[in-house]
Design a protein around this ligand. Structure first.
Ligand code: ADP
Ligand code: MG
Length: 243
């Protein structure tokens, strides 16, 4: 359902992704661990074409695109089949909570306003923000802002949700409410990629855990395999330092 074949990404002469191969089935939850600078964010950004991969093939929901000959329509299709949740929330500061969620539905999906509103209200209820509809991002806690970010991504009903360190900007006491929201989305069977430093969370929520370093997938396995019997020396080192 999602397939990456030999994805490479260069920033000028810097080789950041060095042949990533990955096949993920519908509903699978994949956590990506690895040290800072290993290419985790770049990988997520290449999956939804926020960054154009330099070479390789991206396949999502049956749509197969060779990135070197991708048309604008291909890129649009891949972008709209993915939803991204960012570390820094990336909300529109001049829009209310409701409008932040509605805008993708009225612009990208071209829904009528009343339909977009109904859908947005449903989703904001799921993330527990019904009492903040007319607030602006600056009037919310970080945890609430990130839940708006999740609602906004969910509203477009993407094939896959991509989370890039969704709790890394939060004060420790706000992490749990966001993890709980991510868990509740996971329970709906959504396919998800989660870059995170919350190892306990990754272990408990994931079907598969990937350890990346220096632009390659060093090792992958079930949480059980990776956390209790890591094969690669680098994975062992990372897990022992991180825990
Ligand atoms: P991670 O998310 O694992 O910390 P990143 O994917 O952000 O790693 O970065 C991988 C490497 O690519 C780093 O060396 C980083 O400096 C570089 N990099 C990331 N984004 C850009 C960019 N937009 N332009 C140039 N270099 C970048
Ligand atoms: Mg990153």
């Amino acid at each position: 359902m999602i397939k990456l074949e030999n994805i490479h990404k260069y920033y000028d002469s810097q080789h950041v992704l060095k042949g990533i191969n990955l096949e993920v089935s519908k509903g699978e939850i994949v956590s990506i661990l690895g040290p800072s600078g290993s290419g985790k964010s770049t990988l997520l950004r290449c999956i939804n074409f926020l960054e154009q991969p330099t070479s390789g093939i991206v396949e999502i929901g049956g749509k197969r695109v060779d990135v070197e000959s991708a048309s604008k329509a291909d890129v649009f299709a891949l972008r709209t089949s993915t939803g991204m949740v960012f570390q820094q929330y990336n909300l529109f500061k001049n829009l209310t909570v409701l409008d932040n969620v509605m805008i993708g539905l009225t612009s990208v999906k071209q829904l009528k306003k009343d339909e977009a509103k109904k859908k947005s209200l449903d989703i904001l209820e799921r993330v527990g923000l019904t009492n903040r509809l007319n607030h602006y991002p600056a009037q919310l806690s970080g945890g609430q802002q990130q839940r708006v970010g999740i609602a906004r991504a969910l509203a477009l009903n993407p094939e896959v949700l991509l989370f890039d360190e969704p709790t890394s900007s939060l004060d420790p006491e706000l992490v749990d409410e966001v993890l709980a929201t991510i868990r509740s989305v996971a329970a709906t069977g959504k396919t998800m990629f989660i870059v995170t430093h919350e190892l306990q969370f990754a272990r408990e929520i994931s079907d598969r855990v990937i350890f990346m370093e220096d632009g390659v997938i060093v090792e992958e396995g079930t949480p059980e395999q990776l956390f209790t019997q890591p094969k690669a020396e680098r994975t062992k080192q990372f897990l022992s330092k991180a825990s």
